[in-house]
Design a protein around this ligand. Sequence first.
Ligand code: ZN
Length: 138
Amino acid sequence: MKALQIFQKLGYDLFVVTNQSGVGRGYFSLESVYVIHRQLQNDLRMNKLNPFKDFAICPHSPDENCHCRKPSGQMIQELVTKYHIDPKHSYMLGDKIGDAESGKNAGINGIMVRNDEKSEYPYYKTLLDFAHYLNSKP
Ligand SMILES: [Zn+2]
């Protein structure tokens, strides 16, 4: 929560970009994903933070070969267009290389959090570490 607070203090809008292949595989419903997202919004409000500005969900299983599933940049690209986001000053934070790649594919900065996979992307141990880095940037 502290990291999200720092991001918002710095003026960043927060978005969730998520692959939910369990929907496409029939493990759970899209409605149950919405329930979790509503809970996240409530958690933010309870902590006196702004809610996430939007959620982008890929509900497809990998074998559906959709165009939205990360590492595709499509979901991010759509948010960038919809909200007139400045790609140069935007970050895709994720714990999988595919997350960072989806940022790169959409023309924004990909950042790795909590992952030991070696990659070309900047790596921070926690969201809070990255928040402190952003906060200390001139
Ligand atoms: Zn998809």
